[in-house]
Design a protein around this ligand. Sequence first.
Ligand code: ADP
Length: 465
Amino acid sequence: SGARVRRAQNTKLSQYLERGVDVKFTDVAGLGKIRLELEEIVKFFTHGEIYRRRGVKIPGGILLCGPPGVGKTLLAKAVAGEAGVNFFSISASQFVEIYVGVGASRVRALYQEARECAPSVVFIDELDAVGRERGLIKGSGGQERDATLNQLLVSLDGFEGRGNVITIASTNRPDILDPALVRPGRFDRKIFIPKPGLIGRVEILKVHARKKPMAEDVDYAAVATMTDGMVGAELANIVEVAAINMMRDARTEITTDDLLQAAQIEERGMLDKKERSLEIWKQVAINEAAMAVVAINFPDLKNIEFINIAPRAGRELGYVRVKMDHIKFKEGLLSRQSLLDHITVQLAPRAADEIWHGEDQLSTIWAETSDNARSAARTLVLGGLSDKYYGVSNFWVADRIDEIDTEALRILNMCYGRAKEILEGNRKLMDAVVDTLVEKKSLNKQELIDLVELHGCIRPAPPSV
Ligand code: ADP
């Protein structure tokens, strides 16, 4: 891949330098076209002069977005490995220190080292830990974080002759980053790395099987089918566990069966891996119970099959399986009222967090469901189903985006109020569902109905939009 860049030798006592990073793109599987974008970043190093001469701007930072374990760190290392440059890494959670000034001085030191040893890749893991919009966190912890973030912005801006130090950051939440971070010249390039699909999983399994004694007839597709929802980190683990299985039986080859058994262990492991504190169990329970309690109020959503708060494959938190008509929803065939009900349910976790923990103690546990609500509200407005724009369906006009957002926000606020009202009216039921969930980790339909009958359930009248 082109000329290799000479690595600076001045790598004496670096704190953040990772030595011997020798990852290549062939070690990262299942990426499809994403790989092309990363190859271009390698060229910024290897052919930086050409870019500069032709006046092509080299980005200051690249944001790799995606859930944990999909290979973001691996990719950043592969960029450094392919370009033959130094790799510096730090986890942004290390920036967030209780002592004022520590975070900011770490950022400064990191960039100083990276510059002294340029060309180099600076990798910042979990950027959202420090890059959250400023001013959102109250108290002194917030001030410290703001100081760190400011230093990071200064460091990102501070290069003459861009292309010698490129920052790659990873995040699962690009949407909550401070707008200043994603301005041109900073993290102005976003690359989304999704969880692998079936074919991606086959490829990842094969990459990890390369250095293992695999039986010739291993059925990778079968293993990939069994591992729906799993990410690269989990698949890598499966191959390792399969190898241990083989060793234990004193065999010389890893078989399909070894892999399938390992997949089962991985799935089960995920179920009990998370040793949550009581407090966390309770928080997750409130999150899921809120959705269930609000949903049982609505005709299209009341068909709750079960609520679960034990972690499962591919899911960090618990989930409520509501038998909403997902097909109708996806195809845009839900009625206006059903959409509003859906939005209200998706906002319930946020409302519950406010009621049970108070506005000062809000977490972000509800971030995903709030996103769902936002997008459903836009769908509703764009579909001409809101009062203000009833029947007006051709909204895809750029200069009306603000209007759409204003109207969507009005709907969100209204649904939010409704979710709060329902939850406040059903505190007893909520407490009962939460307690049972914390104790038993899941609740089936009949158990939920029993609790509703015991504690009653107040249903507010539906509003008009
Ligand atoms: P992230 O940074 O997204 O949380 P990592 O890069 O740390 O994920 O992945 C952890 C490990 O999982 C990697 O070191 C690698 O062994 C394996 N892995 C993850 N994604 C992939 C992939 N796409 N191809 C091959 N291995 C992968």
